[in-house]
Design a protein around this ligand. Sequence first.
Ligand SMILES: *Cc1c(COP(=O)(O)O)cnc(C)c1O
Ligand SMILES: [Zn+2]
Length: 445
Amino acid sequence: MAYSAWFQCIHGCPGRYSLYDVIYQCPKCGGLLEVAHDVEALKDRSPAAWMQLFEQRAHTTQWPYGSGVWGKKEWIVPDIDDDNIVSMYEGHTNLFWAERLGRQIGLPDLWVKLCGNSHTGSFKDLGMTVLVSVVRQMIAQWKPIQPVACASTGDTSPSLAAYAAAAGIPAIVFLPRGKVSTAQLIQPISNGALVLALDTDFDGCMRIVQEVTEDETIYLANSMNSLRIEGQKTVGIEIVQQFDWAVPDWIIIPVGNLGNITALGKGLLLMRELGLINKLPRLVAAQAAKANPLYQSYLKGFREKVVVKAQETLASAIQIGNPVSYEKAVRVLQQFDGVVEQATENELANAAAIADRTGMYTCPHTGVALAVLFKLVRRGVIKGNDRVVVISTAHGLKFTQFKLGYHENTLDDVEAIHANPPVYLPANVQVVRDAIARRLDEMAQ
Ligand SMILES: *Cc1c(COP(=O)(O)O)cnc(C)c1O
Ligand SMILES: [Zn+2]
């Protein structure tokens, strides 16, 4: 079966480019590229046959199909050699039924897709397995690529560093100094990447990495590189698969550079084209109010791209003022009857805390998505009997400082109404008994 995929311009300029070429933008118009698949060839399998194949491969150890990404290899990079794949069996993250939280807000069919339950603690692993695998295949074909490089708001660099280390490829990461969490900083350091902490913000790092990778022997690993989108597009497919191939009514996703929402849409559209589903969910893009260029553009009916200077936000991985995948994301939002909404620092931090009280451990970006969910439910846009999935993009354990700051009530712009600080007491049984009684009284109220 000759399945094939290639890069092409999103503006429709003629020309197809190999996925193993070092190319990120259309040479004719400078627009972004996207990976296109020979969909007619993929139709040689019936929808039922694809579903059966994907089910069969899930959680097996037969290399590389046990990965949530590579179990769908024909839809991702069909012609890559299995020997060149760099995988940590990413994907297949659990879909958590947020029963208690859902009941609190009158939404019993609420689910959270825990993409942070992954090798480096964020969904970025889904895309990086694809990018680093393609690089390994290029090197095997004697393309003169040496290192891979990326700018990062915090989670791209750990993911790149881990996959590159697993493949024995050098990695260079550009971070905005002082703007990523301690966990995010130490991950690429541990994996042996060259970590460059620059005195700028993410958008500034992005400009520098783009110039540095004009040298074709350094490969650009940002989401401008649409190979990552191919891996990340499995998230929507996986959600549908986890509901026994039923499509939810809504999917809410926190967005920054807009690669992930593009990917989510792309996977679902391919499923529809191949007949595995016949409807689409509505998508909600959730932004931090401190870095909300997409929201501002949405208010203007997407008539033009808005670029802002992103302000400091607790949701540091989405502190982006000039999103690379703007055009792709707008197309997706238009096809999925999309909504864009924003959340303030106070809203996102308290939303995360409310979710944590029901057993989750949410990162600030997931807090943004949850705060937006609460607003849309209150406003009646999302109805009580809708099935809703919130995409949790990273693990809360990467954001200890955020959690600590919340519970100590020391975060700027946040009134920590659900703070639960430790109770410091002398080692005296009666004092301890009194403290327990007080807490149980409070809980009974
Ligand atoms: C990268 C990232 C996002 C944003 O994804 P984009 O593709 O940039 O829109 C959201 N949350 C977390 C935790 C991330 O690491
Ligand atoms: Zn073009």
